[in-house]
Design a protein around this ligand. Structure first.
Ligand code: ATP
Length: 352
């Protein structure tokens, strides 16, 4: 995609999106409701025309090529199965449209039914299947003609949590087995991180960051990405000084250090995930790494882990996660508490 924009009247749904999708990758378009993910997928499919920009496939301009010629597989939210056709007939349909030889159709449909675990259900109508089984038929129908690209728009949003996890594992396996390029739309960050080879994060029609799941989670480019991808502590730093790749800044009565990256100028934010924080009780600050004082606000027992909510003397909220067996003796001590972490685990972000 090169400079793709989309306007609906005066409303701009997508602004200047440029990104490359590699053959065989599992790219997820992630963002809150209304961020433009579906619009971008429809442009990729050929159902919407961009207002500006070009789409290139292996270097050839396909911006004007109609959807049926692009011939991508699709599993969309509202892209229902044919209700009057059996499972078998639904899956065979794309091959019949392409006038595939009947013997080949029979073989391919059999393979797909096997692959998505629907053996024994071939003759049923969609209404007789569970939600998960219907989505398996939709996946089989989208993959049966061996498309180069499979587009999926929130395919599991209607399923309950357990079924959703099962289907996620299934989609991941289908991606690995077929080697097809998958482009997947979701607003669920854990789904995106679990499934994708790369994640593209959108907000208000703009691409915020694209990278491997661990890159976008551990090295968010800005505050939006940091907060969208899970819980994070944000500590405003004043009087920032950068020297030899290390930045230091004032947070309340403490001087904190962090690897210098991008953000510069008088102020910045030190972002740190809850799982990177340690906690100790005692009057003296720990010697190594960064340390700030905090008072306990709330304790949330979550089974294996216990989540602690704290506040710094200046009132900045801090969340951290501890193994429950470590939490009990620590909390018994009553504080005062020090929160500490190695400088390299923090991430420096611009304030805006
Ligand atoms: P969701 O997760 O809720 O589906 P999304 O990120 O997929 O959200 P889009 O469906 O791409 O978002 O919509 C992006 C914006 O463009 C929204 O504000 C939407 O109202 C607007 N929009 C989408 N299609 C049209 C249209 N045909 N006419 C006018 N506005 C539209």
């Amino acid at each position: 995609m090169r400079g793709i924009s989309k306007r609906f009247g005066v409303f701009t749904a997508l602004s200047d999106i440029s990104l490359d999708i590699a053959k065989g990758e599992f790219l997820t378009l992630l963002g809150p409701s209304g961020s433009g993910k579906t619009t971008l997928l429809l442009i990729l499919a050929g159902f919407e025309a961009p207002s500006d920009g070009r789409l290139l496939s292996d270097g050839a301009d396909i911006t004007e090529v109609p959807a049926e010629t692009r011939s991508y597989g699709m599993v969309f939210q509202g892209y229902a199965l044919f209700p009057h056709m059996s499972v078998e007939a639904n899956i065979a349909f794309p091959l019949q449209v392409r006038r595939t030889d009947p013997a080949a159709i029979k073989r391919r449909v059999g393979e797909m039914i096997e692959r998505v675990g629907l053996r024994g259900h071939e003759k049923k109508l969609p209404a007789k299947l569970s939600g998960g089984q219907q989505q398996r038929v939709a996946l089989a129908r989208a993959l049966v003609f061996e498309p180069g690209v499979l587009l999926l728009d929130e395919p599991f949003s209607a399923l309950d949590k357990n079924l959703r996890e099962q289907m996620q594992a299934e989609v991941k396996r289908l991606h690995q087995e077929t080697g097809t390029t998958f482009v997947f739309v979701t607003h669920d960050q854990s789904e995106a991180l679990a499934l994708s080879t790369r994640v593209a994060i959108f907000d208000h029609g703009r691409l915020q960051q694209i990278g491997r799941p661990d890159e976008v989670y551990e090295q968010p480019a800005n505050r939006f990405v940091a907060e969208f991808l899970g819980e994070i502590n944000l500590l405003p730093l004043q009087d920032l000084k950068v020297e030899g790749g290390v930045a230091s800044g004032q947070f309340e009565d403490r001087r904190l250090t962090v690897r210098a990256s991008g953000a510069n100028g008088a102020g910045a934010i030190l972002a740190i995930r809850p799982e990177h924080l340690g906690i100790s009780a005692g009057a003296e600050a720990p010697r190594a790494g960064n340390a700030i004082r905090a008072a306990l606000d709330d304790v949330v027992y979550q089974g294996g882990a216990t989540r602690l909510k704290l506040k710094t003397p200046g009132g900045v909220p801090i969340t951290l996660s501890l193994a429950s067996q470590q939490a009990a003796p620590l909390l018994g001590s009553g504080g005062p508490f020090w929160i500490n972490w190695p400088a390299e685990q923090g991430r420096l972000l611009p304030t805006t």
